[in-house]
Design a protein around this ligand. Structure first.
Ligand SMILES: [Ca+2]
Length: 487
């Protein structure tokens, strides 16, 4: 060996030592390297799992159904809070609302926890381009540092609304998700701005969701050669129900079904805690009664709005294919909480701890992974750990939730996790726990009422078992589970 080759040999030895030392330090040395998938993360606002893929007859969602046909469909997925900002904050920070403290649509988690790393930020820190188009965090409370492109500064007109010393520059719109601040219609039968039905022209090209999708497609084309985390947040079918005329025409009004527990005004049935259905709707039929006819029209508008969302999902998925990205991109489609369409007279999600208020659609499509359906109880908060796992990133520190990766491989796998949800109604804290068989809810530790339902036989939650002494042992078990919600 001459001098030159000796020094090359030494250099090579040094390099190989260095590179073998890195995995030793991070404890990853034996893990096979996983594919660096892109992530397409699609949110729909206020979408309950009423889709063709979820077995709803009549509703027209062909694009989401096609995505579902190559996904694992989660049939028992739950939001951690039945309002936008607290639910999204929980999902995106990987912490329960009891940890974030975010329980309304004005709080920003970084006020208390400036150093938390969000789901997109975690991808950004791991070399991904993180791209946002549309509503991912709450409107006006985006988290700019989470995004490579598309982030916006927080709007103090929203986050400072509770601060008595704050002088707003603009009059922020009353928050339609807040029962207390919801706009009051001037006449008893006149619809307010947020509960009127909006019919769009053409394909809805002028609507924010159409434009957000166009922008997301442009981002996808711009970043197609990098690992990317692209988040597209559609605001429909959030009120007001909005869609191009052609999507209304898909539905025959007379065939739109009403729920078995339909009422014209929101009210908890006898034997249920009154707090379970607040007397005033937040989204639709605000301060006014519905009728079966008006209810059918409103539900048709919601369905049309869902079909409009479906069309945007179709556009972004088509762009994914056209750019040759389908085989290396994980697609996640999720709703941020459930929604009442007349069940127990309610037309919104706010403060509902019922199955219909908490259950969400959740589809996860991984390239080359077999399509499946899983009835295991999962939480939106699981998405943080899941996506990090599926993309081969190191396990994120400090977060709650579990990777759903094992359920994608084996949907019937033993899974003893439960779903927690929390709500704050005028300072009264409600807590919910969902197991595979039971759904238990209590307010103020039970002092303001409680509900127990058995699933799947009472999937519409028509019979409250909490007052039947026979179920005291079940309730004792449920209370033990509730005591485990991380604080
Ligand atoms: Ca929402």
């Amino acid at each position: 060996m001459n001098n030159k080759s000796r020094s090359i040999f030494a250099l090579g030895l040094l390099w190989s030592l260095l590179f073998s030392a890195v995995p030793l330090v991070s404890g990853q040395q034996k893990k096979p390297k996983k594919t660096r998938y892109n992530v397409l993360f699609i949110a729909s606002d206020d979408l309950r799992p009423e889709l063709g893929a979820y077995g709803t007859p009549l509703i027209q969602t062909p694009n989401i159904d096609r995505l579902a046909a190559r996904s694992t469909r989660f049939d028992n997925a739950y939001a951690q809070y039945p309002v936008c900002n607290p639910s999204r904050t929980s999902l995106l920070t990987g912490r329960y609302p009891t940890q974030t403290g975010v329980m309304n649509n004005n709080d920003y988690f970084r006020r208390k926890f400036p150093d938390w790393v969000t789901l997109p930020q975690y991808f950004k820190n791991n070399g991904y381009a993180t791209l946002r188009s549309g509503k991912i965090f709450h409107g006006g409370i985006d988290d700019e540092v989470s995004w490579t492109e598309g982030g916006e500064p927080v709007d103090p007109n929203i986050t400072e609304r509770g601060n008595p010393n704050f002088k707003p520059k603009t009059t922020a719109n009353p928050d339609p998700d807040d029962e207390e601040r919801a706009p009051v219609p001037s006449g008893s039968t006149k619809a307010s701005n947020s509960d009127r039905i909006v019919v769009l022209d053409g394909d809805g090209e002028k609507h924010g969701d159409y434009r957000a999708t166009t922008r997301a497609i442009a981002m996808l084309e711009k970043y197609r050669d990098k690992p990317f985390f692209l988040a597209l947040g559609l605001v429909k079918p959030h009120s007001p129900p909005t869609a191009p005329k052609k999507f209304f025409d898909l539905y025959d009004l007379d065939k739109i079904p009403l729920p078995v527990d339909f009422r014209t005004t929101p009210k908890a049935p006898d034997g249920f805690p009154p707090i379970s259905i607040p007397p005033r709707n937040a989204d639709l039929f605000i301060g006014r009664e519905s009728t079966p006819e008006l209810a059918r029209e409103m539900k048709r508008a919601y369905w049309a709005s869902v079909s409009f969302v479906d069309a945007q999902v179709g556009r972004i998925l088509e762009a994914l294919e056209k750019n040759g990205l389908k085989d290396n991109t994980i697609v996640v489609f999720w709703g941020d909480h459930g929604y009442h369409l007349g069940e127990k007279g309610k037309w919104s999600k706010a403060y509902s701890m019922y199955e219909v208020g908490l259950r969400v659609p959740l589809l996860i499509a991984v390239p080359k992974e077999k399509p499946n359906a899983s009835d295991r109880v999962v939480e939106l908060i699981d998405l943080y750990a899941t996506l990090a796992d599926l993309c081969g990133l190191p396990p994120p520190p400090g977060i709650e939730g579990a990777s759903l990766g094992p359920l994608l491989k084996k949907p019937e796998k033993k899974w003893d996790r439960v779903a927690y949800s929390v709500v704050d109604y005028r300072g009264i804290i409600g807590k919910s726990v969902r197991t595979s068989r039971w759904h238990y809810v209590e307010w103020a530790d039970g002092k303001e009422g409680s509900m127990l339902f058995e699933h799947p036989q009472d999937k519409l939650e028509l019979k409250n078992l909490a007052t039947d002494p026979k179920y005291a042992p079940v309730i004792a078990e449920m209370k033990k589970l509730l005591a485990k919600i991380p604080k």
